[in-house]
Design a binder for this molecule. Structure first.
Ligand SMILES: [Fe+2]
Length: 175
């Protein structure tokens, strides 16, 4: 079985790919060029469904409680920072859905910056910490929790589905 941190790292790779598309689309908008019909909405739905409801839920509902159980404080420290950034990310996705195009573009730029930095911290600090403190039984429980999150969200939550959806967005953008 894949370790939970390996699953999260693979999901980070797909999210980083989507962030490149956010950047390309934002550059187009600021250059006054239109995006394909429905593209921006499709992107936002992808970010909500995969980056937030699926990936961040796995961290918040499964990994962080397991870390707390293993003695890593839930408030403050790296977990507290990750939670704050998840909240900030949700607000920025909302801002990307509202208001004028230039405001959306500004929110998108901030979102890309936030998430890249966030993923760097998770890959560099939080996941190595999890590998160090979770024993194999705790890892198994987290992995089962991940399966439950995916089962609740249906087949669209799988990484294969999410990756295919990103590639369709990329193709529609001509990137
Ligand atoms: Fe993450």
């Amino acid at each position: 079985m894949k370790s939970p941190t390996q699953t999260l790292r693979e999901e980070h790779r797909v999210i980083l790919r989507a962030l490149v598309l956010v950047e390309v689309a934002t550059a187009r908008l600021s250059g006054g060029r239109a995006l394909p019909d429905g593209w921006w909405e499709g992107l936002l739905e992808w970010l909500r469904a995969f980056a937030d409801r699926n990936h961040h839920a796995k961290e918040e509902e499964c990994l962080f409680p397991a870390l707390a159980q293993a003695g890593v404080p839930a408030a403050g420290g790296p977990v507290g920072v990750m939670l704050e950034e998840h909240t900030e990310g949700r607000a920025l996705i909302q801002a990307m859905a509202e208001g004028y195009v230039d405001r959306r573009g500004e929110a998108a730029r901030r979102y890309v910056h936030l998430l890249r930095d966030h993923i760097d911290k998770e890959n560099g600090v939080l996941l190595p910490l999890a590998d160090a403190v979770l024993d194999s039984q705790a890892e198994l429980l987290v992995a089962r929790g991940f399966e439950k999150v995916e089962a609740e969200q249906g087949p669209a939550a799988s990484i294969e589905h999410a990756e295919a959806a990103v590639e369709r967005l990329a193709a529609a953008l001509g990137d």
